[in-house]
Design a protein around this ligand. Structure first.
Ligand SMILES: Cc1ncc(COP(=O)(O)O)c(C=O)c1O
Length: 387
């Protein structure tokens, strides 16, 4: 390679993909691997959404759409906010994107100047710090632990603030910890960013997947918050690549310009399919699956503790448990590898999610039916007894 942009020195591979590669190799050798590494529901896309896609393929021309998305979908998302969360969000503020990944890129792209800083919790979703680097910004990873429910607090944000701080970014529920930002903390972060001329970006991609009551939306705080969302998780549409961004009114045109240039538009067939996402029959399906996720979590939490993992804070959402594995092994990366190679259970070591004691943590995704989770626990127990 003759020349590589210096920013690439800060872009790490997605570790979970490396685990998946090893898992696939073992499967190629005939092993039955239990996949608890990937952050993706095991359920297929609800049938009403698939049917809507097929209808659209037959009836609609699959041309590019507006970079903002098709109007009926923007209106449907707006109605969803009103009906479910009692929050008025004008459809004009909703930009349909290629997954929340594109929404995160667009938000950072319109907000961040080179050298400016973004406050993020450590641990957090790995791509975020790399997205910041892609715009030549600086991710400031703030260590958070059980005492803070693994989330940024206004106090931590204030303590880590400097003249270059431009954005505070949180995800609620979080990946990898499944914890929420309590409403008071979110309001505090909003007040802090507003007072200091910065912006709050809230990733609500796991919205709907909560097990101790729904949490509302950060959009209720005011029009100046950027909110990211997706059809990937609650609606089980990961591969369709569809999400959205809600931007403050004054930013919409800027987001549109950037979206036109970066992506042209989100997938046309996926947008038509997603029109069926908010229909009562689809909501009935995804709510049933939400209850199934809750049952899996409720099985797994005590089972992991019996094996010697510590889970100091009950994860209230998403489909992850971020367990402290330090009572079992000194290094979670070799633990994950050993368990994969010898017990054929795939999990993601903490290394993916930041620099805050990653060797003590492992992320377990409960994206398998309870019977498979039971089998995974049995295999891990057997492996640990043999260690
Ligand atoms: C916190 C968080 N944000 C964003 C994403 C990106 O998802 P998508 O682009 O499929 O919407 C993920 C995916 O796992 C995630 O966990």
């Amino acid at each position: 390679m003759d020349r590589l942009a210096s920013r690439m020195a800060h872009i790490a591979p997605f570790e979970v993909m490396e685990i998946q590669t090893l898992a696939r190799r073992l499967e190629g050798e005939g092993r039955d691997v239990i996949h608890m590494e990937i952050g993706e529901p095991d359920f297929t896309t609800p049938q009403p959404i698939v049917d809507a896609a097929i209808r659209a393929l037959k009836a609609e021309p699959m041309f590019y759409t507006s970079a903002l998305g098709i109007t009926p979908l923007r209106e449907a998302i707006s109605r969803f906010y009103l009906e479910r969360y009692k929050v008025v969000v004008a459809p004009e503020r909703i930009i349909v994107t290629a997954g929340s990944s594109a929404a995160l890129l667009l938000a950072l792209g319109v907000l961040l100047d080179p050298g400016e800083e973004v406050l993020l919790s450590d641990p957090s979703y790995p791509c975020n710090r790399h997205f910041v680097r892609a715009f030549d910004g600086v991710p400031r990873m703030v260590p958070v632990g059980a005492d803070e429910h693994y989330q940024l607090t206004p106090e931590l944000a204030a303590a880590n603030w400097n003249a270059k701080t431009r954005i505070v970014m949180v995800a609620s529920p979080s990946n990898p910890t499944g914890t929420l930002v309590p409403h008071a903390a979110l309001a505090g972060l909003h007040a802090l960013t507003r007072a200091r001329g910065a912006t709050l970006v809230v990733d609500e991609i796991y919205q709907g997947l909560t097990y101790e009551g729904d949490t509302g939306t950060a959009l209720a705080l005011g029009e100046d918050v950027f909110v990211i969302n997706s059809f990937s998780k609650y609606f089980q549409m990961t591969g369709w690549r569809l999400g959205w961004l809600v931007a403050p009114p004054a930013y919409v045109r800027e987001v549109e310009k950037l979206a036109q240039n970066l992506f042209i538009s989100a997938s046309t067939v996926a947008q038509h399919a997603a029109l069926a996402a908010f229909a009562p029959e689809t909501i009935a399906i995804v709510e049933e699956r939400r209850r199934e996720f809750a049952a899996r979590r409720n099985y797994l939490l005590p089972a992991l503790k019996t094996l010697g993992f510590r889970v100091p804070v009950t994860p209230e959402g998403a489909f992850y448990i971020y367990a402290d594995s330090s009572g079992i092994a000194r290094d979670s990366e070799s633990l994950a590898r050993d368990i994969l190679e010898r017990a054929w259970v795939a999990m993601t070591p903490g290394k993916d999610f930041g620099f805050n004691a990653p060797e003590r943590h492992i992320r377990i995704a409960y994206t398998q039916p309870v019977a498979r989770l039971e089998e995974a626990m049995k295999r891990i127990a057997g492996h640990l007894r043999g260690c």
